[in-house]
Write a protein that binds this ligand. Structure first.
Ligand code: PMP
Length: 379
């Protein structure tokens, strides 16, 4: 089967160089060879996270990372505020509830971002041990202003644990863990970090370490055991890691460092602007306000009578994979992912497929208009 172009919320495209690195024989994980690669990956992850904190690696997707954070930080009946602007905010709250945590919700209509004032108002009402927030809500294409939210939280509570789901943002936009005083930040390999799914990365602050017990409820997600591995002269992990993925992730992070983080962030902004302009040229509207819309994924309103599933399958027939809406947004939006290994060539291919699908669906569009728009926007 021919490779398809993934313009999805993740997994995203993996560069050839990363695929090649992954295709080597596994390195044994209790050796200097592995330790060197693992250290090198960890230093680069700290740079992407903007932190001096340890960044722990677990063999898991993002959800596993979120569960690991809850298992280590909270005990049954601890009080936590979950800020939700969509599917993944809800998921974080559900995970905490499964662990018996006393979760209060601050929920928003999907398509909107969270307001720092609302968060502060809730923190003044009740004392919480932690707050769970999504940075980039992949289900709605909305990005929260994490900097302002964290700043406002700290103005009213200096010891609450700020836990951020940056699964679809880290590596594509600044997350600045230390500058924003984030206690625990979670991301995963398969989105802006340009690697196949299977690794979760979690940074843990000094404040968070103080509240992590030496004997957490979970053996597999034990943060202390993972930290001990990182403190060894030849770093390793408590159990067999996803070795080939770590080798791949190290290579992908080298590519990010070679391009330069600032340039990577700028590329994401430019690609997002070109995506929005191309959509407008075809008569589509964004699902969220422009000021809230994400540089990593664009959610598009389906016009009246627009058959999203037919559209997605016609685009897929051209070798391009886009996604629809989740839960009550099914049939109402479609989403174009543009994070990680993304460039003008990929964007042009995607819009060529989008235009072909629209023509087949009977839309009267000026052929090539979106490609011309991309060409003019991305100089
Ligand atoms: N949070 C966000 C913001 C996400 O985008 C995703 C994945 N779409 C997840 C959490 C869950 O991650 P995973 O699918 O890797 O378990």
């Amino acid at each position: 089967m021919a490779n398809k172009l993934l313009m999805t919320p993740g997994p995203t495209m993996v560069p050839e160089r990363v695929l090649k690195a992954m295709a080597r024989q596994p390195i044994h994980h209790r050796t200097r060879d592995f330790g060197e690669i693992f250290s090198s990956m960890n230093v680069k992850l700290q740079e992407v996270f903007g932190t001096k904190n340890y960044v722990l690696t677990f063999p898991a997707s993002g959800t596993g990372g979120m569960e690991a954070a809850v298992a280590n930080l909270f005990r049954p009946s601890d009080k936590v505020l979950a800020v939700s602007i969509g599917v993944f905010g809800d998921r974080f709250a559900q995970i905490a509830k499964r662990f018996g945590v006393d979760v209060d919700m601050l929920s928003y209509e999907w398509g909107r971002s969270a307001s720092p004032e609302d968060v502060v108002a809730r923190l003044k009402e009740r004392k919480y041990k932690g707050i769970l927030i999504t940075h980039n809500e992949t289900s709605t294409g909305v990005i929260n202003d994490i900097k302002s939210i964290c700043k406002s939280i700290r103005e009213v509570d200096s010891d609450i644990l700020i836990v951020v789901d940056a699964v679809s943002s880290a590596g594509g936009v600044p997350v600045d863990v230390d500058a924003n005083d984030i206690d625990v930040m979670i991301t995963a390999s398969q989105k802006a970090l340009m690697t196949p799914p299977g690794l979760a990365f979690i940074s843990v602050s000094e404040r968070a370490w103080k509240s992590i017990e030496t004997d957490p409820v979970s053996y597999y997600w034990d943060f202390n055991a993972a930290k001990k591995g990182l403190q060894k002269s030849i770093p390793d992990t408590p159990y067999t890691p996803a070795i080939s993925l770590i080798v791949a992730q190290n290579e992908a992070l080298s590519m990010i460092m070679e391009e330069g983080l600032e340039n990577v962030f700028l590329r994401h902004q430019k690609i997002a602007a070109a995506t929005q302009a191309a959509l407008n040229s075809l008569g589509f509207e964004l699902f969220s306000d422009k000021s809230d819309s994400s540089p990593l994924i664009t959610a598009v309103k389906a016009p009246d009578g627009f058959d999203v599933s037919r559209f997605l399958s016609l685009v897929d027939r051209q070798g391009v994979v886009l996604t629809g809406g989740q839960q009550h947004l099914k049939g109402k939006i479609f989403r174009i992912g543009h994070m990680g290994y993304i460039n003008k060539e990929f964007l042009l291919r995607a819009f060529e497929a989008i235009e072909m699908a629209m023509v087949e669906m009977g839309f009267n569009i000026e052929k090539g208009i979106s490609l011309k728009t991309i060409d003019e926007t991305l100089v």
